[in-house]
Design a protein. Structure first.
Length: 328
């Protein structure tokens, strides 16, 4: 039996909160006797947020009363409105120091035995479902190795041991790079503090080789491999293949869920929304309304062969846009 752990997502007003509730509902269906806690990190008004980022009362009630989630508030001091992806960094600081956690982006669905995944919380890892989005090389500018080396050097980390020697020099997959859609560690505050320290240092004082690179929206994904490497972690092994596979799906947007994801993920979303208590609160979110409840998802799904998808996500987006089936 795998050791119990906390599952952590971010929830706030708007899209992120309703997606967190859909994730929570899918988790309760997939693992009804999940032995750990489901913690929803909620940014509070003030600090780096303009306005009120908290969830509506009916959404909070759905999460706590019906889906057995714990809402844990935190103050965003460094990112907030300017960089909402920073929620996943600052929110970790309010977790329990001695409780292992797995963080998921809120736009994720659970559809398999997540409680049975063999996490090694002393060796963190993160999602490899990513494209080569960073860095963006410029003509006559530094290459991948020079840019990444400068970041490892900045934090006193060994660069060579992070490389995938099966990939050629100056090919992006040779360098440790994750999607921040899921990651885990033995301690939220310990991991979160280092994540915060590295992210702020990169944002505010990047090394010369990386100074011309854009860190918005990529800052979390630039800092994450450095943090994971610093804790002795790295690329996930086969024991984690169910994440982004048979156990969880990071769909990101409703049109992409129906266009490219597995049947189990689609079924997880539709089963979650079939509950009257869930539907009552989440039906006002237009992407859920159109794609799940009004069956636009079936039309989008019929446009693609999941066994022969376009290699680049942008091609999928363009086809959906041309069919008036694109929503964020």
């Amino acid at each position: 039996m795998a050791k119990p752990f906390d599952i952590v997502v971010v929830g706030q007003g708007g899209r992120v909160g309703v997606e967190a509730a859909l994730f929570a509902a899918s988790l309760r269906n997939a693992v009804p006797n999940f032995p750990g806690r489901l913690i929803v990190l909620e940014p509070q008004p003030g600090g780096a947020w303009h306005g009120d980022p908290t969830m509506a009362p009916e959404l909070r009630g759905l999460l706590t009363d019906e889906l057995n989630a714990e809402i844990r508030p935190f103050e965003a001091r460094h990112f907030g409105s300017r960089y909402p992806y920073g929620n996943k960094i600052e929110g970790l600081l309010v977790l329990d120091a001695d409780a292992p956690f797995v963080f998921f982006d809120s736009d994720t669905l659970a559809h398999g035995p997540l409680d049975q995944v063999n996490f090694d919380f002393d060796r963190p890892a993160a999602s490899m479902r990513r494209e080569g989005t960073w860095p963006e090389l410029e003509l006559y500018g530094p290459g991948y190795a020079e840019i990444w080396t400068s970041l490892y050097d900045k934090f006193g980390l060994d660069f060579d041991s992070s490389l995938d020697p099966s990939q050629p020099d100056e090919y992006w997959e040779r360098y440790l790079y994750f999607n921040a859609g899921w990651f885990f560690h033995r301690s939220g505050p310990e991991f979160g503090q280092r994540f915060l320290d590295y992210a702020l240092a990169i944002r505010d004082d990047p090394p010369e080789a990386a100074a011309l690179q854009s860190f918005d929206p990529w800052l979390d994904q630039v800092a994450l491999p450095l943090v994971i490497h610093s804790f002795g972690g790295g690329r996930p092994g086969p024991e984690l293949s169910g994440l982004d596979g048979d156990i969880t799906t990071h769909y990101r947007m409703m049109p992409l869920l129906y266009a490219r994801e597995c049947d189990q993920a689609v079924a997880a979303a539709e089963t979650a929304m079939a509950s009257n208590k869930v539907k009552k609160v989440l039906k006002e979110h237009e992407p859920f309304q159109r794609f799940i409840l009004q069956n636009k998802g079936a039309k989008a799904r019929g446009m693609f062969d999941r066994a022969d998808l376009p290699r680049r996500e942008q091609a999928i987006r363009n086809r959906l846009k041309n069919a008036n089936l694109w929503m964020r």
